[in-house]
Design a protein around this ligand. Sequence first.
Ligand code: AMP
Ligand code: GLY
Length: 434
Amino acid sequence: MANKNKVNVLVLGSGGREHALGFKLKRSKRCGRLYFAPGNGGTAAMGTNVTDLPFDPVNTKHADAIDYFCRQNNVTLIVIGPEDPLCGGLADRLDKPGRYVFGPTQAGARLEADKVFSKQLMRATNVPTADAKTFTDYDAAVNYAENRETPVVVKAAGLAKGKGVIVCDDSPQALDALKTCMVDRAFGDAGGTVIIEERLVGQEVSILALVDGRNIFVLDPTQDHKQVGERDTGPNTGGMGAYCPTPLVDDALMATIQREVLVPIVDAMRRDGTEFRGVLYAGLMLTAGGPKVLEFNTRFGDPECQPLMMRLKGDLISIMIATCEGRLDKADLSWDPRCCCCVVLASGGYPGEYESGKPITGIDDAQTDPDITVFHAGTALNKQGDLVTAGGRVLSVCAMGNDLKQAQQKANAACEKIHFDGAFHRTDIGYRVM
Ligand code: AMP
Ligand code: GLY
């Protein structure tokens, strides 16, 4: 089976994002064997799940085991999906001659890992962002928050699994948030330093770009829906759905974002000695005063990745290798002109407590239409080999449509065909522009 021209790939991660990346990688002419570590119930059907390769990045034994696995199996492209291993430096440890690692080094991932660093870099490069102040001293933070007249957002400076951001309406809420972060340490060490930021109003969009150190290729704009309830109500989640492209960002605004946000950051990183390679994701608020950065991520968003992969044309293995080699200007990237809507099917109780191990039925029935693809996130195969729930966000149901309305209707109809105990989803993904 060994074919010199084929590329064996290892995808690290287990979410809908990683299943969607696998779906595109598998369609590449160059795709050889496809491995996932640990993968999920869906990736098991398109490749091999390797379940004995944990990747705590600070554990050198883990990096050594992945390195050994890749040598044994002639894996020459490693794709790192989630932020934790990137921020911990796994890409640095796996970077060996004869192999491509898709994902930034630890120095590059600092843009996501360290909100104080990224704020400073934005300030130094005049990238538009919310005004903010950093505190390590609780009393000073309280004093500042008490004396603000406009609403603020309190952010733990470190990585907090998407949870370390508390949007406050008034100063009592801000004081509560400071106590949660700095005294109760609800987000662990990530909350030892906090950023108190002006609260911006506007529509939020996710702008993701491939960056090869120098060249930037901006992907079509997406909008994520973070809150659990219809019409953006209830607590924040990892993301309940996303659609692409969003009409909120037209070509002119995209050019502004590229010029005012992406280029200055990538150039500043390079000047400071870091060639950023991988995905640079700017979470932006479109305010009355123009787009402003809420945060940077240094990986594909989940669920943004799913509609992006549904619409991406071109060979993902070649695109990823071109990103690693600094040849993005030569890569072949284009988009299916249709719209994609991704709806997340979640476990009852999410983002709070929920139960796992519920049998899932109806997925095949939901995706008989070639324009519909169901990506797995929190799923697993139980001992009997049946598909069961294994997480809060269980499935990402993606549908292509001629417009957003059609895509949303198809995705919602597909969701209704899938069953597991406690399943729920939002029916209004994309409502902000419909
Ligand atoms: P982040 O992880 O920094 O993107 O924050 C998570 C969510 O909190 C964002 O998606 C926004 O909805 C909200 N948020 C963060 N920063 C601000 C801000 N300065 N103003 C208003 N909302 C914000
Ligand atoms: N969908 C938001 C994120 O991946 O961070």
